[in-house]
Ligand binder design. Structure first.
Ligand code: PMT
Length: 397
């Protein structure tokens, strides 16, 4: 893996007493997979739902439970944990933990650490919907937000009470994704850069129900966007497809080439780079039928007209990266596009191979630059391809 922005980061995971406490185990596990060193603080109530031993086994660190424990390995464990933390996550955060945080009360292991740390705090509430909607909780949450804490969720769904409402702990993916977004802003090598990325295949309508399209799933563009987010950039993702949202990425929908053209023009006005992973339709229908075209027994002729070239139309002080989707003579066609579109880099990929092209999780690309450099990359996950592209881009900043 080329870049893991939580690698070697100290994360203090604070767990308070909710039935959702068991989900904190998964959060710890995913953070460790991202290379983080995880320390856990648990309230006494949390230990009723999940054992400290689970966290010790998983993280390799003894959880901090009791500020009065005579056998504690250090004198002031909460100070040590609070000071060494790069980020603190409180998940699940109960209504009473949130109240303690809002009022600066430090009477258990979680609130002690929270009050002592200068690290950014990410708070993922979990409680019954009445408790969440109570004005006391809402006032406390607003206080925490105003002080700069990041509140993740809660989600809507079935609660432990059997009721449906807002109060479910956000998913592990969401908590980890928000953590990575925050870490990117703090430590990312592309922090302060605005990168516009496109994803998916554009759709050219023929009538209200039919369109001319292609097989692009958007996975490549979304992977580049996630990599750029992890490295701290401000990311605008212009996408023709619906995929799971990426925390911290500004996603703008554009279905047709004309829409994508307009959205890219607007978004690149203050951007440092444009990366076009979208499979843009070179043609659109000359005439779009207002009504659904009826079934007939005879042949039908349709007229297509060329679409504008989006990336070629973007001028000014911006680094431009195009993709070349080829099925034969990849190098020859990619180099032609590099020149004709006047881009800084072109990322060539063979879309005839189902293992690496449309809709696959992996890709195998060649990066050609306008200065004559060529990087042949091996097969790798699309997120890693994204990081490799950003490595090349970074050298131009
Ligand atoms: O989305 P996935 O399923 O993950 O698949 C990824 C992918 C195969 C779509 C991706 O890796 C890829 O190759 N994207 C570019 C597809 C494409 O349109 O290639 P092209 O060779 O036709 O176009 C060259 C470049 O010009 C592209 O960057 C394209 O976005 C851009 N272009 C094309 C036409 C047009 N009118 N305007 C453009 O800006």
């Amino acid at each position: 893996m080329t870049n893991r922005n939580l690698e070697n980061k100290n994360i203090l995971l604070a767990v308070s007493g909710s039935i959702a406490a068991y989900k904190a185990v998964d959060v710890a596990s995913q953070l460790i997979k991202q290379g983080a060193n995880v320390n856990v603080a648990m309230t006494e109530a949390a230990t009723k739902f999940i054992t400290p031993f689970t966290f010790k086994t998983l993280t390799g660190n003894v959880p901090f439970l009791d500020m009065w424990d005579i056998n504690t390995p250090s004198k002031e464990r909460h100070i040590e944990l609070a000071h060494s933390a790069d980020l603190m996550i409180i998940a699940p955060a109960t209504a009473s933990t949130i109240a303690s945080l809002a009022y600066g009360i430090a009477d258990d292991s979680v609130s002690l650490c929270a009050l002592s740390t200068e690290a950014p705090r990410l708070i993922a509430p979990a409680m019954d919907h009445q408790m969440w909607n109570n004005s006391a909780t809402q006032t406390n949450i607003n206080k925490l937000k105003a002080r700069g804490d990041i509140i993740i969720g809660p989600d809507y769904g079935r609660l432990a009470s059997g009721d449906f409402g807002l109060g479910r702990l956000s998913s592990t993916e969401e908590i980890v994704s928000e953590t990575k977004a925050r870490a990117g802003k703090m430590y990312g090598d592309l922090a302060g850069k605005h990168i516009v990325i496109t994803a998916g295949g554009t759709r050219e309508p023929m009538d209200p129900v039919r369109f001319l399209g292609n097989r692009s799933s958007g996975k490549m563009g979304y992977a580049v966007a996630e990599a750029a987010r992890d490295r701290g950039s401000d990311v605008t993702l212009i996408s023709s497809v619906s995929r799971p949202l990426i925390k911290g990425v500004n996603i703008i929908n554009a279905e047709t080439t004309a829409e994508m053209f307009q959205k890219v023009q607007e978004a690149t006005k203050n951007a440092d780079a444009l990366i076009m992973a979208a499979a843009v339709s070179d043609f659109r229908f000359k005439d779009i039928n207002k009504n659904k075209i009826k079934n007939k027994d005879n042949d039908m002729d349709v007229s297509l007209t060329p679409n504008p070239d989006i990336i070629a139309s973007i001028k000014g002080d911006i680094i431009k990266i195009a993709f070349a989707a080829e099925i034969n003579d990849m190098e020859k066609f990619a180099l032609q596009k590099l020149k004709s579109k006047k881009v800084d880099f072109i990322i060539a990929n063979d879309v005839s191979n189902p293992a690496i092209g449309f809709n696959s999780d992996n890709n195998k690309v060649v990066i050609f630059s306008n200065t004559g450099d060529q990087i042949n990359l091996p097969l790798m996950p699309k997120i890693d391809v994204g990081h490799e592209i950003l490595n090349s881009l970074k050298k131009r900043f």
